[in-house]
Every structure is written in C-alpha cells, then in structure tokens.
Design a protein around this ligand. Structure first.
Ligand SMILES: NC(=O)c1ccc[n+]([C@@H]2O[C@H](COP(=O)([O-])OP(=O)(O)OC[C@H]3O[C@@H](n4cnc5c(N)ncnc54)[C@H](O)[C@@H]3O)[C@@H](O)[C@H]2O)c1
Length: 325
C-alpha cells in the first residue's frame, strides 16, 4: 500500500515512522503546508515528500493519514473523500460543531472509510473496563472520574492552533466516557483557570479545568485536565459502580505519591513526556530533572519497560522501615 501523510509536525513524525515500519505499507509520502518541513522529515525517515497536498493526492494513494493542525482537519478529510481515499485523521474532527457535523454527515453518506484518532477505544484497560461494565460486574455506575494531566505544557506556538484545552485534551475523556458507557451527556458545568504561563491566556485558553457531567441515566462524572502536573503524566478513568469498580491507567508507574507514612506505594520511576524531545520547562512549576532535588530527580528518571506491570500497596511492617520505591 502507498500511504500519504499530511502534517509533519510532532505527531505526524511519530505516525510517519510507524507507517514506514508497518507490514503492508510499501511506500509513505509526506506533505505539509510548509514543504521544507515535509522534506526534512522525509529525508530523516527515508520516505518521499510531495511538494504540496494537491500533488500528494494526484500521485495516487491507498490511504491518507491527516496529522495537520486541527484547523485543517475538516477540509483535508473532505479533500480525501473527494479523491476517494480512505482517511485516518487525528482528533478532533474540527474546531467547531457545524464543521464536525458536516464531516460526520459526509462520512456517513460516503462508502470511503474515515477513522478519527481516538486511541483510547483501542487501549486494553479501557476495553477491559467496558467489558466488565457490559458483563454487569460493576452494577450501575454512580461516578466516573476522568483525569488527563500532562506533566509539562506544549510549546507556546502550539496553543493558538490547538483548539483549547477542552478540544485538545478533554476530548479524549469525553469520547471514551460515551464509548465506554454507551450513554449520552445531558448537562455539563465547567470551570477553567490559567495559573501557569500567560501564553494560554493570550490565546484565550486555560491550562486547567474541572468539569462535572450528568448522563442520560443520571450517572455523574467529573473530568479534570491540566498542562502542569508536576507529579508526572497521568491519564486515568475511574469507573465506580454499585457492584464494583475498574481503574484504567493505574499501574506502578502512576504518578501518585502517597502522603501516608505507613504505606509504601510500589512504583517504577516516572518520566514526564516531553514535547519535541525537549525537557525545557515553560513555567517555573515544570523544572528539568537536573534542577530537581535528588529524591524528585529519581521520580523523573526514564521509564523502564516491564512485560507485566504490577501494583502492590504494602503496609510497612515497622515504623521507620524503608518503603519500597
Ligand atoms: N490523538 C492524540 O492523542 C494526539 C496527540 C497529539 C496530537 N494530536 C493531534 O494531531 C494534530 C497535530 O498535532 P501536532 O502536535 O503534531 O502539531 P504540530 O503543530 O507539531 O504540527 C502540525 C503540522 O501541520 C502542518 N499544517 C498545518 N496546516 C496544514 C495544512 N492545511 N496542510 C498541511 N499541513 C498543515 C503544520 O505546518 C505543522 O507541520 C492536532 O490536531 C492534534 O490535536 C493528537
């Protein structure tokens, strides 16, 4: 297959490399509104670059991956469907509701497949929680708690194109809660705040929010997000029901240091993800690990992969005994 990729920024570079290494993909051709950026990535990965999006489609494609800035998604999806090319597009579909509905209606009436990048639907933890709910193991859900906490903010120049914290980050939580429960939201209350860098405010954005949701079966949910989680990258969904619960995203790397002196929360070192491979802080609250005290530095050391993540919550046998780290 010959796959085109449009948008060679951070996530585009990631997807292009995955495509290049995927079985069944014979050729990858990349394009960007900035042709120089496309050429640089193509050279780095050893794939081809097109001068622009029009010539990318003109060259004939078996599929296209859209990883351009959010504001370009809707038009590019329509362009792909005009060309009869199956599309995978990163979230969100569009910046506003009318454009989103326009794409959904077009995709419904077209036989060409369109998929949007809501990857949590394919994550084992979310799938297991959904199965448990559908099997009746959780009873009725009284509370959903969704958390998306980035350790460090993205670069300032990304924020004006991002669509804002709700569309950029919260969208994953809003999507997966509906997908997991099969219910629709009937009311929402939300507060947002900007206590971090002023570039959020300057782009009419926030860096943290709390939202409360009521679903059509009276299930209640809270959703929180922040760009500044000093403890580390933390993405969880807590599905709490009358008969049981499942906690998605909870493992021994979860950045949840307990304050309880007699409890040792066994966890692997946690590393906040970086943007463009940089650990440069954009706020005083996000310091590179080299500037942290030794204890915190350990908590920010690189993650080690483990085949089987395990969790243990162990009482320490004697006061003062060393807790496991
Ligand atoms: N699913 C996820 O978890 C996830 C994660 C990261 C990013 N994303 C989404 O991916 C998209 C890109 O994010 P990013 O962080 O890579 O941004 P980025 O700013 O690093 O890159 C965007 C690229 O798109 C290019 N571009 C803009 N308009 C274009 C157009 N009309 N035609 C062709 N190229 C165009 C820009 O020149 C730039 O190279 C965003 O919509 C974002 O929401 C999704």
């Amino acid at each position: 297959m010959k796959i085109g990729l449009i948008g060679t920024g951070r996530i585009g570079a990631f997807h292009a490399e995955t495509l290049r290494d995927s079985a069944g993909v014979d050729a990858v051709v990349v394009a960007d509104a900035d042709p120089a950026r496309a050429r640089v990535l193509a050279k780095k990965l050893g794939v081809d670059a097109s001068a622009d999006v029009r010539s990318l489609f003109a060259g004939g494609l078996d599929g296209v991956v859209i990883t351009a800035a959010t504001s370009a998604h809707a038009a590019l999806i329509h362009q792909a469907l005009d060309a009869g090319v199956p599309v995978f597009c990163e979230k969100p579909v569009a910046l506003d509701i009318p454009s989103t509905i326009g794409v959904v209606e077009r995709a419904r009436s077209d036989s060409v497949p369109v998929q949007i990048g809501f990857q949590r639907r394919f994550d084992q933890g979310y799938r297991a929680a959904r199965q448990a709910l559908q099997a009746g193991e959780l009873g009725w859900i009284h509370t959903l708690r969704a958390i998306t906490s980035d350790a460090v903010p993205p670069p300032a120049d990304y924020i004006p194109t991002s669509g804002g914290l709700f569309r950029d980050c919260g969208i994953h939580d809003f999507d997966v809660m509906r997908w997991l429960t099969g219910r629709e939201v009937v009311s929402v209350h939300a507060f947002g705040a900007n206590r971090g860098a002023s570039f959020f405010r300057n782009a009419d954005d926030i860096d943290s929010y709390v939202a409360t949701l009521r679903f059509d079966d009276d299930m209640l949910a809270t959703v929180t997000a922040t760009r500044y989680n000093g403890a580390g990258h933390d993405v969880r969904l807590e599905v709490c029901g009358s008969a049981g619960a499942r906690f998605v995203g909870l493992d021994d790397r979860s950045p949840m240091p307990t304050a309880e002196p007699r409890i040792s929360w066994q966890r692997l070192p946690h590393t906040p993800p970086t943007w463009n491979g940089s650990t440069t802080p954009t706020s005083p609250s996000c310091r590179p690990s080299s500037t942290l005290p030794p204890a915190e530095r350990t908590a920010h050391a690189p993650r080690r992969r483990r085949s089987k993540p395990s969790i243990s919550l162990k009482p320490v046998t004697a006061p003062g005994a060393p807790g496991r780290r």
